[in-house]
Design a protein around this ligand. Sequence first.
Ligand code: NAD
Ligand code: TYD
Length: 348
Amino acid sequence: MKKILITGGAGFIGSHVVRRFVNKYPEYQIYNLDALTYAGNLENIKDIQKHSNYNFVKGDIVDEVFINELFSIHNFDGVLHLAAESHVDRSIEDPLAFVKTNVIGTMNLLNAAKNQWKNNFEGKRFYHISTDEVYGSLGAEGLFTETTPYAPNSPYSASKASSDHFVRAYGETYGLPYVLTNCSNNYGSYHFPEKLIPLFINNIINNKPLPVYGDGNYTRDWLFVEDHAIAIDLVFHEGKNQETYNIGGFNEWKNINLVTLLCEIMDKKLGRDTGTSQKLITYVKDRPGHDLRYAIDASKINKELGWKPSVTFEEGLEKTISWYLNNEEWLKNVTSGSYKDYYKKQYS
Ligand code: NAD
Ligand code: TYD
């Protein structure tokens, strides 16, 4: 029996990873460690909370004493580290919060794993889930590869770059067995409606303005979150130690084109006249330091581990929109803040 720690499992991507691991690996005990910040929502994983191989631990990765204790109690065999402050706009408002969780929090986990494993690294693995934003911004041409130099532009990406460097340094200095992945923008169910796609779906439902930053000609490479979870599973089990893999959707969209497509699908689904949602598009002041373009070359993970996205963007977006329309209760609980009561009801 293996004990696996997954951090940030009440968040967007983490909830998909926890669900996959709990369902697919009954032989593992999964420990979901999450501080339940504004982005953590236990409703995201309520379908698996009663499974016998699932354990929830509420706690903050910034708390060094608590993290050391947790490792000494459980002596985890593997760590999948997803807990983070993840929103670029928030990082512009409060960069220090990002340093605390993303840098110090990652350091605490690295130290705890290193000390607990005491140089006996057989069968152990530390997996840091990171972002393509560490590479900075592309111009019109080219793709990020695993050897693209780091050039983070936002406080969020600077904090993730810093934690990536520490993970790599612990591998070099102490021999800690690690894997690292840098993934492009995810979309799908349980996505907190502060990020582009869920925010705009929610605003369309409620006839609210769609705030497009700047001229809308910024490009992102979108990946369906369940495909990211599949890739994470594969890298955790079959990736090579001390390696980085880029993960991406081979799926670039300018924001304004994506938003236009979203408006068209939403009009159809909601039975509204064509063009209704598009009228909600409002160009607003640009994000400071806004990266022009992200695009991933995911050929390494494809060649070495055989991964590629399983759904097209059209399929993934259709599934995502249908999920939000069928789960308005979830959306309402999140936007009203009442999702915070779920922990109290279930665990106290
Ligand atoms: P999210 O914001 O939805 O979830 C983050 C989770 O971490 C939440 O459940 C939150 O409660 C928890 N958390 C935050 N601070 C914590 C702390 N101090 N201690 C314990 N738990 C804490 O984030 P996400 O979008 O699911 O991203 C997960 C990971 O994947 C992050 O590391 C992010 O950098 C990375 N990533 C995200 C994307 C994306 O498109 N969302 C793309 C590539 C990589
Ligand atoms: P976001 O979902 O915040 O992800 P990231 O900043 O990590 O790429 O934003 C995706 C793109 O959409 C990015 O170019 C910023 C833009 N955007 C808007 O135009 N309006 C919005 O309200 C938001 C949240 C994002």
